[in-house]
Structures are given as C-alpha cells and as structure tokens.
Design a protein around this ligand. Structure first.
Ligand SMILES: [Ca+2]
Length: 98
C-alpha cells in the first residue's frame, strides 16, 4: 500500500511556515507569543538574508522594531509580525513589476 501525499497547497504551507518561524524565534526567552528586539534581530539575520547587512546595524533593527511594534509595547506579537511580512510581500510584488 502506498502512502498518498496530502498537498495542502502552497499558500497554506507558507502560512504554517510563518507561524512556525515566529514561534521558534519568539520562544527563545520562554514567551512564544512575542518577539523581543533581540529575537527579532536573530530572526531577521537568519531568515531574511537580503536584509542581513542592514540588521547588523543596530539602528536598522531599531527602525524595524519601531515599524513592526504598532502598539509600542517593545515587543512584536504575531499580528504585528504578519502585518509587516504582508507589507514586505506587497513591496516585493511591486518591485517585480518594474
Ligand atoms: Ca507590540
């Protein structure tokens, strides 16, 4: 008997991957619900290669943190993270048209 592969589709797979990446980095301090600035820096350095050089500049991490932290509580929750990733995706989509 062969095992049939269940393909959930590319977009749900990407959604699951985003959840998994967020939880992995947010859990570094034991609180998997929010990213601290240090956790965000680690995530950007390891998972967003084109932004690596910018992330090493701490003022760039501050800028990114400010852009993502909509409620200003110095932590990035999943909604703030996902909103930013969608915004980056839209920018990426626009640049592909050029
Ligand atoms: Ca926040």
């Amino acid at each position: 008997m062969t095992t049939q592969k269940c393909d959930i589709g590319r977009i749900p797979r990407i959604m699951c991957e985003l959840c998994s990446i967020f939880e992995e980095y947010a859990s570094a301090d034991g609180d998997g619900k929010t990213l601290t600035k240090a956790e965000l820096k680690n995530l950007v350095e390891k998972e967003m290669c084109p932004m690596l050089k910018e992330a090493k500049n701490s003022s760039r991490v501050d800028d990114l943190m400010s852009a993502m932290d909509h409620d200003g509580n110095a932590k990035v929750d999943f909604q703030e993270f996902a909103t930013t990733i969608i915004a980056f995706t839209c920018i990426c989509h626009e640049s592909m048209k050029e």
